[in-house]
Write a protein that binds this ligand. Sequence first.
Ligand SMILES: O=C(O)c1ccccc1N[C@@H]1O[C@H](COP(=O)(O)O)[C@@H](O)[C@H]1O
Length: 207
Amino acid sequence: MPQLYIKICGLSTPESVAAAVAAGADAVGFVFAPGSPRTVDAELAASLGQAVPADVETVGVFRNQPLAEVMDIATSAAVSTVQLHGDEPLADIRALRDAGFKTLRAFSVDAFEALPEAERLLWDAERILIDAVEPGAGVTFDATNVLAEPPAGMWLLAGGLNPGNVAGLVKTLNPSGVDVSSGVESSRGVKDNGLIADFIRAARSAE
Ligand SMILES: O=C(O)c1ccccc1N[C@@H]1O[C@H](COP(=O)(O)O)[C@@H](O)[C@H]1O
């Protein structure tokens, strides 16, 4: 079985990037969506990304931004992967892949559950992320009850994960990976390197 994919999101300092990489993260995320306490610009992300080994994905997080802007920022920041966290269509994901990026499309659990069967089948071929309704807010949802039919393809679980709950959720829901931001912070937007290491250790203990 493939190893659990672990993404640590919302990084903005060299120290937190180094902590995530040293602890064994598979991906580090930089938020380009405006209005977040974690938003960075392309220049900072490009410089942080230089310390990331080639086998660790650098993920740019966007939400309902025009595709041209996403392409422009992702290219300037030199991220390997684009995460679309709004209502973006499958066509955007395909265009980004054609441009050479790996992709991740986030759905709130409500939006995912509401997808018509035919559309859900299309998304099964994509890497998707199932999040709580309010992204980046550290809010949990009762995934065991709500996700009656989990995605069939590669999918990440997010939304209020932390070192204390991640192992149990991985064992119960068997996602392909996990993604965390608030749960490894000492205060909103400020990463705690000890919590990053604790989170990755806890997630790996569930494999
Ligand atoms: O982190 C943010 O501020 C953010 C802003 C806009 C879109 C997505 C954002 N983060 C994503 O939110 C989830 C879960 O975060 P949390 O652990 O509940 O805080 C994760 O996928 C982040 O990539």
